[in-house]
Design a protein around this ligand. Sequence first.
Ligand SMILES: NC(=O)c1ccc[n+]([C@@H]2O[C@H](COP(=O)([O-])OP(=O)(O)OC[C@H]3O[C@@H](n4cnc5c(N)ncnc54)[C@H](OP(=O)(O)O)[C@@H]3O)[C@@H](O)[C@H]2O)c1
Length: 265
Amino acid sequence: MTTTPCTALITGASAGIGAAFAHHLAANGYQLLLVARRADRLRELATQLTARHDVRCEVFAADLTDSAAPAAIVDYADRQGLPVDVLINNAGLSGKTAFADTPWNALAGEIQLMVTAPTELAHLVIPGMKNRHWGRIVNLSSVAAFAPPGAGLLYTGIKSYVLDTSQALDMELKHHGIHVTALCPGFTRTEFHDVMGTRDKADHLPRILWQQPDAVVAEGWDAVMKGKPVCVPGIVNKISAVAMKPLPVRLGYLLGKTFNPFKNS
Ligand SMILES: NC(=O)c1ccc[n+]([C@@H]2O[C@H](COP(=O)([O-])OP(=O)(O)OC[C@H]3O[C@@H](n4cnc5c(N)ncnc54)[C@H](OP(=O)(O)O)[C@@H]3O)[C@@H](O)[C@H]2O)c1
């Protein structure tokens, strides 16, 4: 175990699951470095957490679609004397329009935000974790990684990358005292569907499918501390993940094409 207090770097901390992680980790004595684009929200959250839990809480406003952001964040952490012991790669969104109708810049931004930036952040902080013989990395995948791909969306492919890579890194780094967990939530009550423009459709889904972000984080963090490489929170999501994975490829494709509730056409 590293010396306390540990530092947790959380991306996408201005809302939803990232903000829930900030609350959970501050309550457990972690000092925090919060990252997202909306600096006002981050500062408000940092002030609240410091007052409530007496922990150091720094903010760094960054757009993770900018390829310079990961190095700038870790450089800031170093200059602030905040060695990253816990990395929560959480920032993310889903594209709104079909692949062929989406400008390349937007698609490249999705890949940078949810593939390249989290991978680079992990690569930047792992050497320090190795030196300290302790580290935890949480990568936000999704139960979508177990599901058939959705028509025209990069999202399931991106979340499958996150799921697979997290396990590969966990295998590589375990013996250095570093655990990597892919956290795979299902429908979670955050701003995700507002950003995606699918709030109306999402609100028509049965209540039983939904979880609150603090429940996702509590189960996810418990899995992280137990060194589990994959966590699917919630019983409904667990059943869905188990049921969806063994589908024959052709059947999975057909289901994904037919039953995606968020497809636009
Ligand atoms: N909600 C769900 O149903 C669900 C299910 C499975 C997986 N997930 C995953 O969980 C993660 C968190 O999503 P959420 O549900 O908490 O959504 P959310 O409430 O919309 O929060 C997304 C966070 O990502 C940040 N973000 C988005 N684009 C960014 C950018 N370019 N640069 C920096 N930060 C950026 C946002 O901050 P700013 O806008 O301030 O930058 C915000 O803090 C995502 O990876 C998502 O794919 C969500």
